[in-house]
Design a protein around this ligand. Structure first.
Ligand SMILES: Nc1ncnc2c1ncn2[C@@H]1O[C@H](COP(=O)(O)OP(=O)(O)OP(=O)(O)O)[C@@H](O)[C@H]1O
Ligand SMILES: [Mg+2]
Length: 315
């Protein structure tokens, strides 16, 4: 039996001058789990991923890859990791098959096996139509596709993907997400992304960081029972706009959207809101047609947690 973690970081910190980009972050990625790393721009996602890969060294804390403390001699551990950087770097004068064969050379000496693998990943990410072109002319999305392909050349046990779908057209995004989904159980994935729907679709666990600090580390299934981002859906026969006007200033209302006669109210305090909303409706003399509580989505939890954090920041 292998180790019970593919990656474990403990108390990881990184500073750039005055700025603490990653602040005492700890977490574990278990074998076969797909973990979504989310957080605002500049939160420290890319920096964290680079420390896991040994591309930058932490100021504090430790990284374990496949149960072993990471050091620069740990080539065996690194060889089991496929990495797609936020800005993939290629040998620009090469064509995709040449480049992928070159990458394949790091993992295998078997030319035939490498060529087979190249054909597989080229097909997987729609690169066949680009095979005769030099990489230097590639568009952003074409580069993302090639970036995914190179990350998979070594048939990794862990895939580290830094915003793999950014810049992709809808079909490309669908293909990448579907591919990650198909890896389920075969490879662990640690993927940073701003597309929370993608996390909801493919990830088992969610890691959220903001200003370098971990603010959430939970199985996706538990997100729906979080206190943040609970919403009430309510429908009135008329007067929805006026009601929205009354509701929006309540301290327990986080976000409010109106669609015809239906209001969706994301609240910070379910029990207060559950009592106050019907009372407000009665006071305004409005007729309530529907009143239901809905569990939070990942987006709502995200907005609530990241915004909450900012409010607490000293001015
Ligand atoms: N080499 C560096 N020198 C100075 N500051 C850096 C360096 N690398 C990152 N930073 C800073 O550290 C913080 C975290 O950056 P990081 O790239 O990890 O964020 P991120 O969460 O990946 O953001 P995004 O969602 O925009 O990709 C940012 O404020 C960034 O400006
Ligand atoms: Mg980043």
């Amino acid at each position: 039996m292998g180790p019970d973690s593919v990656v474990e970081v403990t108390g990881l910190s990184k500073r750039f001058g005055e700025l603490t980009a990653v602040d005492r972050v700890s977490f574990t990625v278990r074998p076969g789990r797909q973990v979504g790393l989310v957080g605002p721009n500049g939160a420290g996602k890319t920096t964290t991923l680079k420390m896991i890969l040994g591309l930058i060294s932490p100021d504090e804390g430790e990284v374990f890859r496949f149960g072993k403390r990471a050091d620069r001699h740990d080539m065996e551990g690194l060889a089991k990791i496929g990495y797609m950087p936020d800005v993939p770097v290629f040998v620009e004068w090469m064509r995709p098959p040449e480049f992928l064969e070159y990458i394949g050379g790091f993992f295998s000496r078997d030319r035939k096996a490498i060529k087979l693998r190249v054909a597989e990943v080229m097909q997987e990410f729609g690169l066949e139509r680009l095979q005769k072109r030099k990489i230097e002319g590639f568009s952003r999305g074409e580069r993302q596709r090639l970036g995914m392909a190179q990350a998979l050349m070594g048939e990794p046990e862990l895939l580290i993907l830094d915003e793999p779908t950014s810049g992709l057209d809808p079909l490309g995004r669908y293909e990448v997400i579907t591919y990650i989904e198909r890896l389920k159980g075969r490879a662990a994935v640690l993927v940073s992304t701003h597309l929370l729907e993608d996390v909801e679709r493919i990830c088992d666990d969610v890691l959220m960081i903001d200003s370098g600090v971990k603010i959430l580390d939970a199985p996706l299934a538990d997100i729906r029972s979080r206190p943040e981002g609970n919403a009430f859906i309510l429908e009135v026969r008329e007067g929805a706009e006026a009601l929205a006007g009354n509701l929006k200033d309540m301290p327990w209302v986080n976000t409010l959207t109106v669609d015809g006669n239906t209001l969706s109210v994301v609240v910070s305090d379910v029990s207060r809101a559950g009592k106050a909303i019907p009372a407000l409706i009665a006071e305004a003399g409005l007729e309530l047609m529907r009143f239901v509580k809905r569990s939070p989505t990942l987006e709502e939890v995200y907005i609530s947690l990241t915004r909450g954090d900012r409010v607490e920041e000293p001015a």
